[in-house]
Design a protein around this ligand. Sequence first.
Ligand SMILES: [Cu+2]
Length: 82
Amino acid sequence: MKVITVPAGAQVTVNFANKDSVPHNLAIYTDASATAAIFKGDIANGSGTITYTFSAPAAPGTYFFRCDIHPSMTGDFTVTPK
Ligand SMILES: [Cu+2]
């Protein structure tokens, strides 16, 4: 389990460097059902880099992230109080 932790409401910048040979992305959802997206990052092809910027949820809590192409690549997206 991987964990990304950010402050509530923060402007988040992720320098997403795909060092793999297959495409990946970073997508954040309200929970592990992955039905309500908070942020869906564009897909980075192999050996590509993308900078993602988005606003963290205002409400502290534990959210969920995954790679949409490989739904078994998951982790917690934790939002801490400001
Ligand atoms: Cu992937």
